[in-house]
Write a new protein. Sequence first.
Length: 111
Amino acid sequence: MQTIEWQDFEKVELRVGTILRAYPNAKAVKPAYVLEVDLGELGIKTSSAQITAHYRCEELPGRQVLCVCNFAPKRIAGIRSEVLVTGAYDLDNRVVLAGFDHPLPNGARLA
């Protein structure tokens, strides 16, 4: 594993957001949802996320997630993905969302 300096880590804008809406991304080659995430002062941002194995659209609104907010927007299956919603792969290579034990304000930066 390559090590980085603290200043490198500080460049990554990791922020807390709350999912407002989730719906299937019909144009995605691999099953995915379009997420609308409230990031507080940063506004509402869109993301395409391959999280269909563990989550249903109707259970995602209200869930807080950790997002990388300073990647350049990217076009994914017809969607302008503005943030990366983070997670980790389980043993079956399916994404499990990163989350929090207690409610946090939208836009809070990871410390």
